[in-house]
Design a protein around this ligand. Structure first.
Ligand SMILES: CC(C)(COP(=O)(O)OP(=O)(O)OC[C@H]1O[C@@H](n2cnc3c(N)ncnc32)[C@H](O)[C@@H]1OP(=O)(O)O)[C@@H](O)C(=O)NCCC(=O)NCCS
Length: 184
């Protein structure tokens, strides 16, 4: 079994640096997690305050990489955080993880998440020896479904009924899966 680094390792692409979040990134993290409109198809409630984001951030940074790791997606040319990407619900025995992605509205449509997603998949498959990657996506979330397909995920099933509870409401999701070797 591959050894898991204690903190998110640095992953580089042409235009991006994927790196751990630091306590000093609070404002950038809140810009991502506090934007209710951008998070309208997200699996959790948006953060209602910077104080709440601070608590979330402590959790994100302290989480055990055997199950969870988040990266800040930084644009190389501006050195600004433009998004985040993570893996979670990692199952070591079955070598499976779920992934999530989020980018600031102004930074969408540039292919940044395709680039970040490819780097994450390389890391998961080559370094952590993950065999299966899953993405759960609301049927309404066309940009996320398009991104998953671009990366090589296949739509495997759904709707999984009432899979997410967000803002007190149940939501159905579709399940996308990628097996090692199918990444594009
Ligand atoms: C899901 C999400 C990350 C997708 O972002 P995105 O910017 O569409 O995805 P990418 O970064 O891969 O960019 C792809 C777009 O950039 C365009 N593009 C421009 N240059 C490109 C390049 N060099 N390479 C690839 N695509 C490029 C593509 O044509 C595509 O645009 P289109 O959708 O108009 O065809 C974004 O919509 C988001 O953050 N949503 C809110 C959070 C969320 O719902 N997350 C998912 C929960 S399941």
């Amino acid at each position: 079994m591959a050894r898991t680094p204690k903190i998110a390792p640095l992953l580089q692409t042409d235009r991006l640096r994927l790196r751990p979040f630091r306590a000093s990134d609070l404002k950038a993290m809140h810009a991502l997690y506090g934007d209710a409109e951008n998070l309208r198809y997200w699996g959790m409630d948006p953060s209602g305050s910077v104080e709440n984001t601070r608590k979330m951030m402590r959790w994100h940074i302290a989480a055990a990489p055997r199950q969870y790791t988040i990266w800040a997606v930084e644009e190389k040319k501006s050195k600004r955080i433009v998004g985040m990407i993570n893996y979670f619900r990692r199952d070591m025995r079955e070598r499976r993880v779920e992934v999530g992605w989020l980018i600031l509205p102004a930074m969408q449509g540039k292919g940044y998440m395709t680039e970040a997603g490819r780097a994450l998949l390389r890391y998961l498959i080559d370094t952590l020896k993950v065999h299966r990657v899953e993405a759960l996506i609301r049927p309404e979330n066309k940009p996320s479904a398009a991104l998953a397909k671009r990366l090589g995920f296949r739509l495997e099933g759904g709707p999984l009924r009432d899979r997410w509870l967000v803002g007190g409401q149940w939501h159905d999701v579709m399940i996308y899966g990628l097996i090692a070797g199918e990444e594009r």
